[in-house]
Write a protein that binds this ligand. Sequence first.
Ligand SMILES: Nc1ncnc2c1ncn2[C@@H]1O[C@H](COP(=O)(O)OP(=O)(O)O)[C@@H](O)[C@H]1O
Ligand SMILES: [Mg+2]
Length: 303
Amino acid sequence: MIKIQSLTKRYGELIAADDISFEVNPGEIFGLLGPNGAGKSTTINCLSGLLKPTSGDISINGHAVIGDGVAAKKHLGLVPQDLALYEDLSGRENLNFWGQAYGLSGPALNKRIDQVLAQVGLTDRQKDRVETYSGGMKRRLNFACAILHQPKALLLDEPTVGVDPQSRVHLLNSVRTLKEQGAAVIYTSHYMEEVEQLCDRIAIIDKGAIIAQGSIATLRKQMGEKDLIELKGNFSSIDVEVLKEYDVQEWKDNQVQFWCEHAASKLSEILQLFKDCDIKETSVKQANLESLFIKLTGRALRD
Ligand SMILES: Nc1ncnc2c1ncn2[C@@H]1O[C@H](COP(=O)(O)OP(=O)(O)O)[C@@H](O)[C@H]1O
Ligand SMILES: [Mg+2]
């Protein structure tokens, strides 16, 4: 449904998108995960036709975004990173405006507005001006505007930044519903947990380039499937050497973290090493995308 081949976007010397390629199928959520400045919005904006790529081919439902843009955009919904709402209009008036921009009108548009308002939980606030909405409500309305015309391909650019937990749950559930209805979804975020929960496949992007791509399971394998063990206690009297067989991530007086394969079966043996350390808490975390990012780039995802 969404196909992007060797997309490159340059701003002078800076390469904001560097040879990006991936495809997203109907009924699939594809995550673009990367830190600020990685090139996520650049990729999304090239996909939606807002930005002209330096080179590369992009198509939506078989229609080239450049060349056959009207047909490509007919099937596309965009939830931009920056809110695209009229603050002095009501929620319903905003939806009316966007619906007409997509070519909807009359009773069909009214019915569709009722549906999306219910879906994002804004039915009882629909007549209030947007300027009176919370940040989370604006995000939900921004999302509602993008799905009015029931797009087959949906692009979401960091839709949950700065929203309250309730709105976040609402938004994530709405994205899942669209997937179930068969949409191809691209979801960008720098929240590793969100992407891990929501997405079927993921590309990790850094400095414009994809540095890892695949299903969560595939990416876990790339991590070597090591779990992260975290112990809390008093480690001031022993030496980091005690962990010489493990990959140490952090060593502090009150907390240590290290990587370990098959952690569950080794835990009692490990705790024996720390028997004099007054261990207060033990936790085992499965390898996650944050740790993969650290491994691939040497930096944290959120800095
Ligand atoms: N109009 C522009 N002119 C010059 N550089 C830009 C422009 N837009 C974005 N960039 C740069 O391109 C890189 C990627 O930005 P962006 O795609 O917005 O990242 P992300 O969305 O992942 O945070 C950044 O280094 C950013 O500063
Ligand atoms: Mg961005």
